[in-house]
Design a protein around this ligand. Structure first.
Ligand SMILES: [Zn+2]
Length: 117
């Protein structure tokens, strides 16, 4: 997906590298005329290398900035593919999910409407 020139994507790649080997998580937010990456803390109690839970305070602060357009996370050493849990969360939250891979500057996206399982 050719998104690597987008500002939010660059910021998401930087965040993914900063928190490596843990999964990064964040929001894509439309703030007035700009689309920004809003970094959130991963508060997963399990393995942050394999899972993410967005800090609800960070999420709420993001929502205050503007419209939430999507959820971003990374799979630090894993595949660039959505897990079953990711797909369920995407459908449940009813927001597009983006998976970022800073090494290859790749991004994939899935929309709730694509999920039927
Ligand atoms: Zn995932």
């Amino acid at each position: 997906m050719l998104m690597k020139n987008l500002k939010w994507a660059k910021d998401a790649f930087i965040h993914a590298e900063q928190v490596y080997p843990e999964e990064c998580c964040g929001l894509i937010i439309r703030e007035e005329n700009e689309v920004i990456y809003w970094k959130c803390k991963n508060i997963s109690k399990a393995y942050k290398e394999k899972s993410f839970v967005i800090d609800p305070i960070d999420y709420a602060r993001g929502e205050d900035k503007g419209e939430v357009l999507g959820i971003v996370h990374s799979h630090p050493d894993g595949e660039l593919a959505f897990s079953h849990t990711d797909r369920m969360a995407c459908k449940y939250l009813d927001l597009p999910f983006y998976l970022v891979e800073p090494k290859s500057e790749s991004i994939i996206v899935i929309y709730p409407s694509e999920i039927n399982d």
